[in-house]
Write a protein that binds this ligand. Sequence first.
Ligand code: GSH
Length: 344
Amino acid sequence: MGKDRRIVGGPFATWTGQGIGLCLDPENPNRPNATITLDLPDFTAPTQPQLHDTLAALLALPEAPIYIGCKAGIGRTGTFIAALAKLAGHAGPIAWTRHHYLSTAVETDAQAASIAALDPGAVWSAYRARTNTTPPPVALYYYPDNASTFPHMLLRELGIPFELRLVDRKQNAQRSPDYLRLNPNGTIPVLVDDDLVLSETAAIALHLLDRHPECGLAPPLGTPERARFYQWMIHLTNTPQPEILIRAYPDRHVTDPVAVPDVKATALRRIDTIFARIDVALGQGPYLLGDRFSAADLFLAMLTGWTAKHPNPATALPNVGAHFRLVMARPAVQATLSAEGLTN
Ligand SMILES: N[C@@H](CCC(=O)N[C@@H](CS)C(=O)NCC(=O)O)C(=O)O
């Protein structure tokens, strides 16, 4: 969420009126004093639009401690605390809530399912609509399953408006005069943001993160965590990504076609070594920065996916594989794959 917020939960009847009070119980005697209300009958789960609107309303209020409550402060309250934990990028938001708030929090399967389905991008989009801060759409030049997939996932995680423009590689459109005017390197992606025309996947991601710090998809500027985030972004863009491209276009690296199999084989060897080291560095993670999800995780997941057809796919590594499955389950990532026609 960009910044730390103090969150307290409990029966709404015990809210003292300090800070922001979110009442989730239609019958509560203290409901008339609440700052925000969402009338959820006991044991029920919020719908996704209810979650988006209520969280956006909370985030749009001036910063203050938040008190969330229902009747007993367990199921409905736990669901909203877990939703905020998911927005803050915590791995396993329900487990996090049970650890940090109440071991019995989030009572029903439907409540747990509403957290699993929650798309942070949809909350940020609702937040911007509510605060009149929706930016004009940016345009992403893309081709399915190319390096554009990472910024595409990021745009959906950020919940900002965007337009996809296909660069039809089947027609060699990346070499067309129009595209070369945008990116003389003839590579995909390109982002157009008002007058800015930007290439290089990592630069596009860093620019989008600078424009939307509220989403917390990179740690705060000037912190050791931010430095570690840069380390991963630069490593991913200058080490595994180019090696995978050498494996994909080996003919560009030889004068004699006889050498192509050797170029491929040595690239594969280096890719295996690189991912084995990432697997060790990731450890139990589950994310590159530990418990907190960041944009670098989207980058790694895209690169991991690219190795799926290699003899040693990185998805078979214990930590990288678990990371890949965790990131792939995110609603914004699923929406990206579906928009690019990459789901089975
Ligand atoms: N470093 C560049 C590399 C981008 C890149 O090589 N993209 C590939 C697709 S994954 C591409 O455009 N290939 C077309 C070509 O090289 O002709 C970036 O990250 O943006």
